[in-house]
Structure formats: structure tokens, C-alpha cells
Design a binder for this molecule. Structure first.
Ligand SMILES: Nc1ncnc2c1ncn2[C@@H]1O[C@H](COP(=O)(O)OP(=O)(O)OP(=O)(O)O)[C@@H](O)[C@H]1O
Length: 380
């Protein structure tokens, strides 16, 4: 099995649907339930990539989840997360989202030959910091893999944020989950996906970049055999003598079968990668600090987003008991987005604080005026 998407060619759509304001150019790629097309955005005269769910791709509930999660993803502003420009529905209610077009392709394309240790460490810190930031916002990725990391001159950018998390099994096809980089607990459905599942998938991705294949890949394997090995067999040797033992060791720890044996947060995984950089006398890659927090959605639309996201969370609650909570703060923890569990509402306190502030200032001003008046009265 060289690529999990083999055999889906028959489903692929070659021509994108009509979307107002966009001119179809060509198909760029294909995923489990959607195709990605290049369009020209006529008003701004720029290329955009548009991911369109296939007509047979998702149920109406899942399509609503796709849109809700795209709204959540649009609130994540990070230099290593692909931004969302717009989300909408094409003909027949097919959801789509538009994003920047990355002409250099993905890290899956890049990893046809092994990447150097320094580049892998840098990529790990950059993508890890993006995931840590999202964890702080209460969003798990759930589908980190080389195909979902797009390349641009400013560094790698992670796409499909959270969208995979809304998508459950469709009939007997498992979608929104990419077996070669998926953790054993998710494949066995024995534990809810959590922070440790994202740690596993990022480690499997870095392993892939070092070796050109996912950790348990074997040529000609069936999906079932691959799943069995990921779940039950010990990790093979990395087989790269130039990779320091510390790096192989921390990848092995992150690829532990038991989620409890992995790094407990994405931030601690990122710090461990930086330690290897220091050990190799490489400049540690900055953990990107994002000032502020993802903006809360406003008005009716925001309420609908929150409700939809809460619905999605509820739907998956049996598999996802705890929201993501990194245990330290190299990437700042933005205000969590509202979920069924948290029901976060940051806004209502702000006006009350303002009123108190204004009242205190007015009282101080009045007191000052009174003292001036009394003083001038005494002098006179
Ligand atoms: N913004 C983009 N710019 C350029 N190419 C892209 C962009 N987004 C996706 N692609 C290409 O389209 C392919 C399919 O992307 P898509 O997100 O649909 O699938 P996937 O992530 O591989 O699978 P799945 O979404 O089912 O997990 C990617 O592998 C990539 O080659």
C-alpha cells in the first residue's frame, strides 16, 4: 500500500463546480472525501485553492460539521497554519472552503527523498508550535500527516485543521483518518483521540520525512496488516545512522502504543526537539508566539458557529472526554473556543468592567475638584 488514497481514482472529480466570483482552472489534488481545485479569484486577480466536498462525500450533518469547523479554523491565526479565506456551499449544497494556493506542494511530495536532520527538526518545531497553539484554543488536528503540510517560502503550513475531527465513518469507509500516521488507540477505537494522538501523528510525520515512509509501512501491505502492525508490533529501527540517538529516542517515546507514555503536551514535545537542536549546535527554531488569542466570532453567525461546534463535540463526546489542554505555555494559550464541555463566553464581563472603571475615574475627578475648591476657599 503506497498511498492510502489509492483506488479512489474513480471517485475523483476533474472539474470543480461553479462558484460565484471564482474561475475554475484545474484540479490540484484529491483527498478522502473532497477534491482540491485551482481557481482564479477574479476580484483580486489571485489564485486560490478550493477544497470541495464530493457530491457523494458527506451526509448533511457532516457537511454542516465541515462548515462549522472551517469557521473554527478561520479563527486560528498562526504563521504555520493555512488560513481559510472563505467557506460556502456550491451547487447541490456541496460545502467548499477557499485558501491560499501553495504551488510548491506538500511535504509528502518533498519527502520522496529523505530530509536532513536539521530540516526535520525545524519543521517539527514549526508545525508543533502551530498544533500547540490550536490545542490551546481547544482544537485537535486529528489528521497530521505529510500531505497536510503545505510548503511555502516562509516555512511549512498545516492544513485541514480540525476538519478531520468532524468527520466520522461514512458507511463502511473510514474517512477523515489516515491510517499510516494514525495512533493505535484511534485505530482500535480504544481511547478518545486527544493531545497525545496529535503528538503521535506529528512524530509519525517526522519519521516519514527522515525515512520517506510512515513508521510501520511495508511495501505491498494491506490496510488490515498495516493497522495490525501499528497496534501490536514494536516500532522498527529508524535506520538512519546520522540521526542522533536523542532524536530517535524522542520519536520513539512519541510513538509509544500507550498514549500515557508519550509527551503529555505538544509544547513539551517541541521543547524536546529544540533540545536536540541545541545538542547539535543548531540555532533552536523559534516557537512562534502568537499575540492575543483567536478572535471570538461576532453576532448571530458566531452563535451559530458555537452551536454547530458544540453539536459536533457532543456527537463525538463518547470518543472525546477531555478538551485539549497543553501543560505549559511556550505557545500562549488562547481563550478556548466554545465547546459543549466548556461553553466559554468571554464577552459579557467586559462592559461591566468598563462601567466600574468610568465610575471610579469620575469619583477621583470629583474628589480632586472638591479639594481644589476647599483649598481656594481657604486661601480666600
Ligand atoms: N492550499 C493548497 N495549495 C496547493 N495544493 C493543495 C492545497 N490544499 C490541498 N492541496 C493538494 O491537494 C491534495 C488533497 O488535499 P486534501 O486536503 O483534500 O486531501 P488530504 O489531506 O490528502 O486527504 P484528507 O483530507 O482526506 O485527509 C493535497 O495532498 C495537496 O497535494
Amino acid at each position: 500500500m503506497s498511498d492510502p488514497r489509492e483506488g479512489r481514482a474513480a471517485e475523483v472529480e476533474e472539474v470543480g463546480p461553479h462558484i460565484a466570483g471564482l474561475e475554475f482552472r484545474r484540479r490540484i489534488g484529491t483527498g478522502g472525501y473532497a477534491d482540491v481545485f485551482l481557481y482564479r479569484e477574479t476580484s483580486l486577480n489571485r489564485d486560490v485553492a478550493v477544497k470541495v466536498v464530493r457530491e457523494t462525500g458527506l451526509s448533511e450533518d457532516e457537511a454542516t460539521g465541515f462548515v462549522a469547523e472551517a469557521h473554527a479554523m478561520a479563527r486560528l491565526a498562526h504563521p504555520h497554519i493555512v488560513p481559510v479565506f472563505a467557506v460556502g456551499r456550491a451547487a447541490h449544497g456541496r460545502p467548499y472552503l477557499t485558501m491560499p494556493f501553495y504551488p510548491d506542494g506538500t511535504l509528502f511530495d518533498r519527502a520522496r527523498t529523505p530530509l536532513g536532520v536539521a530540516e526535520v527538526l525545524k519543521t517539527g518545531v514549526q508545525i508543533g508550535s502551530a498544533v500547540a497553539y490550536a490545542h490551546g484554543a481547544g482544537i485537535l488536528h486529528r489528521d497530521i500527516k505529510p500531505h497536510n503540510i503545505l510548503r511555502n517560502p516562509f516555512g511549512p503550513a498545516l492544513s485541514d485543521f480540525g476538519i478531520a475531527g468532524t468527520i466520522a465513518d461514512v458507511g463502511d469507509r473510514i474517512i477523515g483518518m489516515s491510517i499510516p500516521w494514525s495512533p493505535p488507540e484511534v485505530l482500535a477505537d480504544s481511547a478518545a483521540p486527544g493531545v497525545a494522538s496529535d503528538v503521535y501523528s506529528l512524530a509519525a510525520t517526522l519519521w516519514h520525512l527522515l525515512t520517506t515512509r510512515s513508521p510501520f509501512f511495508r511495501e505491498g501491505d494491506s490496510e488490515a496488516a498495516l493497522v495490525r502492525r501499528i497496534r501490536l508490533e514494536p516500532l522498527p529501527a529508524l535506520g538512519r545512522p546520522d540521526v542522533p540517538a536523542t532524536l530517535e529516542g524522542l520519536l520513539r517515546q512519541s510513538l509509544a502504543k500507550d498514549p500515557g507514555d508519550r509527551f503529555s503536551s505538544m509544547t513539551s514535545f517541541v521543547h524536546a526537539l529544540q533540545d536536540v537542536q541545541r545538542q547539535l549546535h543548531l540555532e533552536p527554531t523559534d516557537v512562534v508566539l502568537v499575540p492575543g488569542r483567536p478572535p471570538e466570532p461576532r453576532g448571530d453567525r458566531g452563535d451559530r458557529d458555537r452551536a454547530a461546534l458544540a453539536g459536533v463535540t457532543r456527537r463525538r463526546a463518547d470518543r472525546e472526554p477531555a478538551p485539549a489542554t497543553p501543560d505549559d505555555t511556550a505557545a500562549p494559550d488562547p481563550e478556548p473556543v466554545a465547546t459543549a464541555a466548556s461553553g466559554t463566553a468571554a464577552g459579557p464581563r467586559t462592559p461591566a468592567v468598563l462601567v466600574v472603571l468610568v465610575l471610579v475615574m469620575a469619583a477621583v475627578l470629583l474628589l480632586g475638584l472638591l479639594m481644589l475648591y476647599l483649598r481656594s476657599g481657604g486661601a480666600g
